[in-house]
Design a protein around this ligand. Structure first.
Ligand SMILES: NC(=O)c1ccc[n+]([C@@H]2O[C@H](COP(=O)([O-])OP(=O)(O)OC[C@H]3O[C@@H](n4cnc5c(N)ncnc54)[C@H](O)[C@@H]3O)[C@@H](O)[C@H]2O)c1
Ligand SMILES: C[C@@H](O)[C@H](N)C(=O)O
Length: 408
């Protein structure tokens, strides 16, 4: 177990979040080898820890000569993979507000919209290409990687071979980079890493884990490999098992919990939703801003925590409970469910996952706490989507009147 005292850590964490990182560089003419120094240490003016890595384990690639460089104050430079997905763009925005646009490099295998690219560095990066990723790490002097590239549960189940490559090879690449270049690596896991034999209620961090989906198998593999690198090579690997994430502005990427986002769009636009899960399927869920806040708090925590992987959770509900909450604002909203004789393929995935998580270790170790319960989340989702619909109508009316004026 890593020893830690929470009070100074939380204080340091809040200083860090406010702005500045102080890097105490070694004495003049000293050569500092980065490997085997947890990335956390390098930003917290702990000169003695910084200067005392084990020379025997140093890696030539990760050696820097400090020469007569003065002490500097700087932010960490963060690479976010998969930054165009449901979660990535919000995280990039938050990190840029903390560290400055130039210090957060967004990447994806897709091209980004121009407005996204205008806000800070964006690079094309296929996580299966180690050399390409290493070029980015070196060119941008990256300190931390947040690894968001993945195929989610439903998409993965439809294309297992691709899921194995992206989810496992992609992760192995960033993990190896973290080892070679002394980086901190945050890579989320999921409730999907659990399986049908896992205890379903208040599932703890450490329990039976025998996932039976390709998504879950790849994610559990990543958890175990990350822990191995942490133990064996002192890689600062951090992970949290996210539940299903709800967001109004960014669409979900093809998971089993996507129904809990789709339902809002259908409720506001059409007043009806055909749910692909059974009405009593209870799953853990969380609002996007809570997920981002929990991720940032975990990421910036100045020390390696006692566990590499933590459950984080906010609420758990069924489709029927969600529909009832929506009906408080849209009384005419209706929902239908699949014919029990012909369940959707995602039902088996959902049935293999926990209904609720025990996240007490995350609350204890890095102060995890959600802001959004079900009521607040439903109200905000509906407000945001209604605002989108109103904006679309205004644009359509403007376009319509322009077209009418042109044809008159
Ligand atoms: N969204 C959720 O509800 C949820 C829940 C639990 C865990 N997670 C995890 O959080 C992370 C982010 O999830 P998300 O919802 O944003 O996913 P998403 O599917 O919305 O986005 C994933 C991104 O990865 C990119 N990508 C795919 N293949 C790639 C490749 N070869 N190289 C580089 N990029 C590639 C995609 O273009 C996409 O932008 C994933 O690891 C996911 O497993 C998400
Ligand atoms: C739970 C999670 O990992 C994702 N939302 C999925 O359903 O695949």
């Amino acid at each position: 177990m890593y020893k830690h005292s929470t009070a100074p850590i939380m204080a340091a964490s809040s200083i860090l979040r406010r702005s500045v990182f102080r890097t105490a560089l070694a004495a003049p003419s000293t050569t500092v080898r980065l490997r085997n120094i947890p990335a956390a240490t390098r930003f917290f003016s702990n000169t003695s820890a910084f200067m005392s890595p084990s020379p025997s384990s140093a890696s030539p690639q990760a050696t820097i000569a400090t020469g007569s460089l003065p002490s500097t104050i700087r932010h960490p430079r963060v690479l976010v993979t998969g930054s165009l997905g449901q979660l990535g763009s919000g995280l990039v925005k938050e990190l840029r507000s903390m560290y400055g646009n130039e210090n957060v490099v967004a990447s994806d295998i897709r091209n980004a919209p121009e407005d996204f690219k205008a806000n800070g560095p964006f690079v094309f990066a296929d996580v299966m290409d180690y050399a390409q990723l290493e070029g980015i790490v070196v060119d941008y002097k990256i300190d931390w990687i947040v690894h968001y590239s993945a195929l989610l549960s439903a998409v993965a189940e439809k294309n297992p071979a691709l899921a194995l490559s992206v989810n496992m090879t992609g992760f192995q690449n960033v993990l190896e980079l973290a080892k070679v270049h002394g980086l901190r690596l945050y890579s989320p896991s999921t409730i999907g890493a659990f399986g049908p034999s896992t205890p379903k209620i208040d599932t703890p961090d450490v329990t039976i884990m025998r996932p039976n989906t390709i998504y879950g198998i790849t994610k559990l593999h990543n958890e175990l490999l990350g822990e191995y690198y942490r133990e064996k090579y002192n890689v600062d690997f951090r992970s949290a098992r996210y539940p299903g994430i709800l967001s109004a502005d960014t669409p979900p990427g093809g998971g089993t919990t996507d129904y809990a986002v789709d339902i809002f769009h259908h409720a506001v636009r059409h007043g009806h939703y055909d749910c692909f899960l059974k009405k009593d399927t209870r799953l853990p869920m969380m609002y996007l801003s809570d997920c981002i806040k929990g991720t940032v708090d975990h990421l910036v925590h100045p020390e390696m925590l006692p566990q590499a992987v933590y459950n984080i959770a906010a609420v758990s509900f069924t489709p029927e409970e969600l529909a009832s909450e929506i009906r408080k604002y849209l009384p005419h909203f209706t929902i239908s469910y699949p014919d029990p004789a012909h369940p959707d393929f995602r039902q088996a995935i959902a049935d293999s996952w926990p209904a609720s998580l025990d996240d007490s270790m995350a609350r204890r170790d890095f102060g995890w706490k959600e802001e959004f319960g079900m009521e607040k989340m439903v109200k905000l989702m509906l407000d945001k989507i209604q605002a989108q619909v109103d904006a679309e109508k205004r644009i359509a009316m403007t376009n319509g009147s322009t077209a009418a004026a042109m044809s008159a």
